[in-house]
Ligand binder design. Structure first.
Ligand code: BYC
Length: 315
């Protein structure tokens, strides 16, 4: 009876657009869904540093190196805001990291593809950050307060990331024939994985119904994917690049671009751990965690020393 009352009051708050805060009552499934989504989002940011991080030392100029360095640092920051938001739901940072390392928690499929050329840095900024913004701007109004506030800052930074990616590709597209070919090749490889970032079709999206009712999600996976295709198809014209989809065509009646079939078999293989770089990415994260053990130990020892000193002064 009491639970029924609490659930009703909770849903009324959501319907009235009142944010849910950490100390408010919430259904356990709402809490678990948020822990799942926010922690997976945080892991995606941290794992997402790896494919681009590999190009910092190979950036073609000081300017490009500075931009890439700043972008990768921003991603570390996004991971930290998101881990902090998830911690307000009662899970510790260590538990989340353990779930990533054991394979229990997912991270975005997109980061399991290799970065083969410099043009991939442009393609990631344009497409991957472009897809991220499309998905994350609505999350600024998500129903859980700490997550929505973290997303406001993240989105501001993501929009700079997308602009730098587009501008970097534009420079390549206006350069030599080889540079333009490199940009086209990067687009060919990153296009379909970018569409997969939005998740399975709505009919196969197991979490959507509850997440929409709780206003964690405001738009469905397919709606956001369509918006992304419509945006990128126009921007590709400015670059003079061709999206690698023979079925891409403006549909006057729908007022949207039609596009070809996504290879869902590939998506589920990548999500299941069998993508081209899954093992490499997880090994890199585990190694970073092990190599950083001494820093965590030193920080704890320092905190204990300070607390002991403070206690001694107070006594
Ligand atoms: N990859 O029921 P569904 C970034 C899983 S970081 C892997 O539709 P949901 C950036 C899904 O988890 C971008 N798994 O799920 C960083 C679920 O499995 P579980 C990351 C995926 O949660 C560095 C199952 O498939 N963005 O921008 O309602 C550099 C069924 O899916 C994927 C976020 O994390 C995928 N692509 O909707 C540059 C945004 N898609 O968990 C850029 C926040 C689905 O039940 N997250 N799955 O075992 C979300 O908005 C939602 O979680 C999703 C999926 C739209 C991604």
């Amino acid at each position: 009876m009491l639970v029924h009352y609490l659930e009703n009051t909770f849903q009324q708050k959501i319907d009235a657009e009142t944010r849910i805060e950490p100390k408010d009552w919430m259904p356990d499934k709402y809490r678990q869904t948020l822990i799942r989504q926010i922690s997976q989002h945080a892991h995606s940011e941290i794992v997402g540093m790896l494919p681009e991080g590999a190009w910092i030392s190979r950036a073609p100029s000081l300017k490009r190196k500075q931009i890439l360095l700043a972008k990768v640092q921003d991603e570390a920051g996004h991971g930290l805001y998101l881990y902090s938001a998830a911690e307000t739901l009662g899970i510790s940072r260590d538990e989340m990291i353990a779930q990533l390392h054991s394979g229990k928690a997912k991270y975005s499929s997109i980061f399991n593809y290799p970065t083969l050329t410099w043009a991939d840095m442009g393609a990631i900024g344009w497409l991957v950050d472009g897809a991220a913004i499309m998905n994350q701007v609505p999350l600024c109004r998500t129903s859980y307060g700490p997550y929505s506030r973290a997303m406001i800052r993240v989105c501001k930074e993501e929009s700079f990331h997308q602009r730098q990616g587009f501008e970097s590709l534009l420079v390549l597209c206006q350069g030599s024939a080889e540079q333009k070919a490199m940009a086209q090749d990067a687009l060919n490889r990153w296009w379909w994985p970018s569409l997969m970032m939005f998740g399975p079709h709505d009919s196969d999206s197991t979490n959507s119904e509850a997440s929409m009712q709780w206003k964690i999600k405001r738009f469905s996976n397919d709606e956001l994917r369509q918006r992304f295709v419509d945006m990128i198809a126009e921007q590709a014209k400015v670059l003079g690049l061709t999206l690698p989809d023979p079925d891409l065509k403006w549909n006057e009646e729908r007022g949207h671009y039609d596009f070809g079939k996504i290879n869902w078999e590939e998506f589920w293989q990548v999500v299941g751990g069998n993508g081209p770089c899954n093992k490499e990415r997880l090994d890199a994260r585990k190694k970073a965690w092990e190599d950083g053990a001494w820093v965590r130990e030193a920080a704890v020892a320092h905190a204990e020393k300070r607390a002991a000193r403070k206690a001694a002064v107070a006594a």
